[in-house]
Design a protein around this ligand. Structure first.
Ligand code: ASP
Length: 440
């Protein structure tokens, strides 16, 4: 069985980090397929190579000489190569990139060279084969990732290549041109490679030891999450707790491959294991994580006999859809409905929206209330234990926090509460104390 191992930019920022990465890879011979990001920041105010490449592209587009604009990128790789004492030269690659720039290659091509060059260096250092992602990862004509073709082609290549480095972040369009995923997209590449390889595990190495139960900027030294299911992670990432690229779970999830988030700078730490299913009866804590977000608004509508007016909801939702507004939650009463939306979705169209809703559904009362924060309390354990909601609300009420909205997902995996934005941080702290501190 093979493992696919992805290293983020901070894990490959310089030769010292490359050495740690090689040690990690060599410690387990199942670590067969390696997906690198481009070199990241070496210190706080450093610039990631991907950003250097975007800057380089902008400068060349504005008429600056390629060699001058590309020099900071070149320096990063040449330093890594020399510090690792490799007998590798990227000279030919630099010339090729210069030619492509002069021939009008686009921003995606420019950005992708960060991972491409890093892949060549890492493959050389490890003695692994280098596979250009443009040969195995494909987009369709509309620029959407093409899972079927990728899985077939990449799968066939990997079958013939027992150990390889495949750069993250990009693939090829049907015409052969390069396209990148969104920022942080090497996580997605790793997942795609894991699926194509039929891997037993997708290891994602970064600079933290996995996910934390709550945001460390809000809770002092929160506990780590040892095991989380894909569904739980979705509930948490949706609320803004992203360590991993949002799309990265989908390819491996469909193939039932677990992900292990690990720390390159503390490889002995277990990290977080993301699994298709986990024991609901005995998780370490009753809740797995707490996440939240501010900046929500409630569109509050009242209308007598709303519940017997056929098509009311459809017409209301149609108006929202026409204005590009996505309802996050929709708690309803007999004659009332509250639609919770991202406040910034309302920017510049509040009056038009109000008028349209009044025309289409003729409410007795219409109001937009701003300043709502949502908090998701997520845990597979709450399904088999009574009293989770009681404890959430007891914690909030002891802290004198008013609950303005309640929503429990149908899977009984989460409880979402809407509170005033000013109570946001405090609410997370008291829920954390109630479920984690009291159980430690
Ligand atoms: N290097 C790219 C970025 O900075 C992709 C990645 O690191 O995953 O966004």
């Amino acid at each position: 069985m093979s493992k696919v191992v992805k290293f983020g930019g901070s894990s490959l920022a310089d030769a010292k980090q490359f050495k740690k990465v090689a040690e990690i890879i060599r410690a387990d011979e199942e670590r067969c397929y390696i997906v690198p990001s481009a070199p990241g920041k070496r210190f706080k105010d450093d610039t990631k190579v991907t950003d250097l490449l975007y800057q380089c592209y902008d400068k060349v587009s504005a008429g600056e000489d390629f060699a001058k604009a590309f020099a900071p990128v070149r320096e990063r790789y040449d330093e890594i190569i020399s510090d690792l004492s490799l007998s590798l030269s990227l000279e030919d690659e630099y010339v090729k990139i210069g030619t492509m720039f002069r021939d009008g290659a686009d921003r995606d091509y420019a950005a992708s060279r960060g991972e491409y060059l890093n892949g060549i260096v890492l493959a050389n250092y490890l003695g692994y084969e280098f596979i250009d992602a443009a040969l195995g990862i494909f987009f369709d004509n509309k620029g959407n990732f093409d899972a079927d073709i990728t899985n077939a082609c990449l799968g066939a290549i990997l079958e013939k290549t027992p150990r390889a480095v495949i750069p993250g972040f990009y693939g090829a369009m049907p015409d052969g041109s390069i396209k990148t995923f969104s920022r942080g997209g090497s996580d997605f590449t790793g997942s795609v490679v894991a699926k194509a390889a039929g891997a037993s595990l997708y290891e994602n190495w970064t600079d933290v030891s996995g996910f934390l139960v709550a945001d460390p900027r809000i809770v002092d030294k929160p506990a780590g999450i040892e095991v989380i299911t894909y569904s739980e992670l979705r509930e948490l990432s949706y609320m803004g707790a992203g360590v991993l690229h949002e799309d990265a779970i989908f390819p491996v999830r469909s193939a039932n491959i677990p992900i292990n988030i690990k720390n390159t700078n503390a490889p002995q730490d277990a990290g977080t294991l993301i699994v298709p299913t986990a024991d609901e009866k005995s998780p370490k804590y009753l809740i797995t994580g707490i996440a939240g977000k501010k900046d929500f608004s409630v569109i509050s509508i009242e209308k007598d006999r709303m519940n017997s007016e056929n098509g009311f909801m459809r017409r209301l939702l149609q108006v929202l859809e026409n204005h590009g507004i996505f309802p996050e939650h929709m708690p309803t009463g007999i004659d009332t409905v509250s639609v919770v939306v991202n406040s910034h979705d309302l920017d510049g169209q509040r009056e038009k929206l109000e008028q349209r809703i009044k025309d289409v559904v003729r409410p007795d009362h219409f109001e937009i209330i701003d300043g709502l924060a949502l908090i998701a309390v997520v845990g597979r354990g709450m399904k088999s234990k009574k009293g989770t909601a009681t404890r959430v609300f007891a914690a909030l009420s002891h802290a004198d926090i008013n609950v303005r909205m309640i929503d429990q997902g149908s899977s009984e995996l989460n409880i979402i509460v809407g509170i005033d934005e000013k109570d946001f941080e405090n609410a997370i702290r008291v829920i954390y104390d109630m479920f984690i501190l009291s159980e430690q």
